[in-house]
Design a protein around this ligand. Structure first.
Ligand SMILES: Cc1ncc(COP(=O)(O)O)c(C=O)c1O
Ligand SMILES: N[C@@H](CCCC[NH3+])C(=O)O
Length: 440
């Protein structure tokens, strides 16, 4: 079994994260419970920043808050000195309420509304990543009405296919994101943008997908963008000061996954940019990245209480837990794979094989197929590792299941950072029926 960050097995044979006994956390906060290892999150932030420093490269590391956004998380990112990438008014609002410095916020998204753009203009955010021609025209009109200069990056679709699940690949030509490079859209957008008086075009952005294990696709993107910069430079005499290469760095969900370290990803990006920019004889741009999953993914663990057991004779044994696709949609959506253990009996021999089902009313609500575990009893605690990215952030209330509580642990202390949703919370927005049926 892979133990991440500060996790260990303590003297009682229990899983411990950040010095806190997970069994005690489950008693104190209930289950399902999400536990974040604060030390591991900070370690990842620092590793990315340090790697750019090692290479002497001007850089910005922006945490992609879509992976997990909350007030406390934004505050931690601010303390670590990173920038923040948001993709909606809601993520922006969370960051602003957390006191995150607006000038370090980058705004993404393929369909930002006028209200969202105005909110970001009003806040004075650092940069907009403009995704399409509709936004290019609309943002400028809004900026002009406010007589406000805005910094932008253009999101480019480089035509590079990342080796990952189809639903999380974004760099291919047929994508809803960005200005396509091959068809000439990107050049057309750039020409338009540099001629708009309220735009300051900082540079280009490309994000090819998520959970990527090697650097080949990134190298190809850098090459394509260098070619574009040369072409655009010749035509427009346009200096590029920022090259944002997105996020997408992989993590180890299971033993089969073999991601690189933050350092290895960053070194490869820096070397690639240096080499390609030398070849086109242009001054080096700042390199920006936007990791999400690789900052929070391995730091998150979800703890469930095991309930029902069912055997399909000769086929499999199901055990059901008190959450499921309401707190982790990734298995149903991407056939994602996870590893797990019994947090209250870490050293017991794993002599059985179970399929872990959620409690939602869907056949596809399975969290893990064929998981070796010790013989389980009702009330045992199942800890699923590596749920820190796109778990809580994609949580939902299907079957009116309240979303879990979230704690962060460090130095043997746990801090609640998101309260468990209550049934009252579920009804907060409901409005009773105004009946038109007359009583007989
Ligand atoms: C534009 C953009 N930047 C950054 C990210 C973060 O990706 P990851 O969490 O894989 O690092 C994403 C998500 O894939 C994205 O779409
Ligand atoms: N939510 C996805 C990744 C999408 C990233 C956003 N572009 C996941 O869980 O893997």
């Amino acid at each position: 079994m892979v133990l991440y960050g500060t996790s260990r097995i303590n003297e009682r044979g229990h899983l411990e994260i950040g010095g806190c006994d997970v069994v005690e956390l489950a008693e104190a906060y209930g289950t399902p419970l999400m536990i974040y290892d604060e030390v591991l999150i900070r370690r990842q932030c620092r590793a990315f920043v340090q790697a750019f420093q090692d290479k002497g490269m001007k850089a910005q590391v922006a945490y992609a808050s879509k992976a997990f956004s909350s007030v406390a998380m934004c505050q931690l990112i601010e303390e670590e000195g990173l920038s923040l990438d948001v993709v909606s008014g809601g993520e922006l609002y969370t960051a602003l309420k957390a006191g995150f410095p607006p000038e370090r916020i980058h705004f993404h998204g393929n369909n930002k509304s006028p209200e969202e753009l105005n909110m970001a203009l009003e806040a004075g955010i650092g940069c907009f990543v403009v995704d399409n021609f509709t936004e290019l025209a609309m943002l400028h009109t809004l900026a002009e009405a406010r007589k406000q200069q805005v910094k932008i990056l253009l999101r480019i679709t480089p035509g590079v296919e990342a080796h990952t699940h189809d639903y999380i690949a974004t760099g291919q030509e047929d994508s809803k994101f960005g200005f396509d490079l091959n068809s000439g859209q990107a050049l057309q957008a750039l020409k338009q943008a540099v001629n708009q008086p309220y735009y300051h075009v900082l540079g280009l952005h490309a994000h090819i997908g998520s959970q990527i294990f090697d650097t080949k696709a990134f190298q190809l993107v850098i090459q394509r963008l260098a070619g574009f910069v040369q072409e655009a430079g010749n035509e427009l005499g346009w200096p590029l000061s920022v090259l944002n290469l997105g996020g997408g760095f992989g993590i180890r969900y299971t033993r089969e996954d073999t991601p690189l370290s933050p350092q290895e990803y960053v070194y490869a990006l820096c070397d690639g940019v240096k080499q390609e920019w030398q070849a086109i004889n242009q001054p080096l741009p700042e390199v920006w990245i936007e990791p999400g999953r690789s900052i929070v993914g391995e730091a998150g663990t979800t703890v469930y209480t095991i309930g029902a057991h069912k055997e399909v004779p000769g086929v499999r044994q199901y055990i059901s837990v008190d959450g499921g696709m309401s707190d982790n949609l990734r298995v149903a959506l991407y056939q994602a794979k996870y590893e797990a253990c019994l947090a209250n009996r870490m050293t017991a021999e794993r002599s059985e094989v179970y399929t872990v089902a959620g409690k939602l009313c869907e056949t596809g609500d399975i969290l893990i197929w064929d998981l070796p575990l010790p013989p389980v009893k009702q009330g045992d605690l199942l800890a699923v590792f590596c749920t820190g990215a796109y778990g809580y952030s994609m949580a939902n209330n299907y079957n009116r299941i309240p979303r879990p509580a979230v704690v962060m642990t460090r130095d043997s202390e746990a801090h609640l950072i998101i309260q468990r949703e209550s049934y009252e919370d579920l009804l907060r927005l409901d409005v009773p029926l105004v009946s038109k049926v007359t009583q007989k």
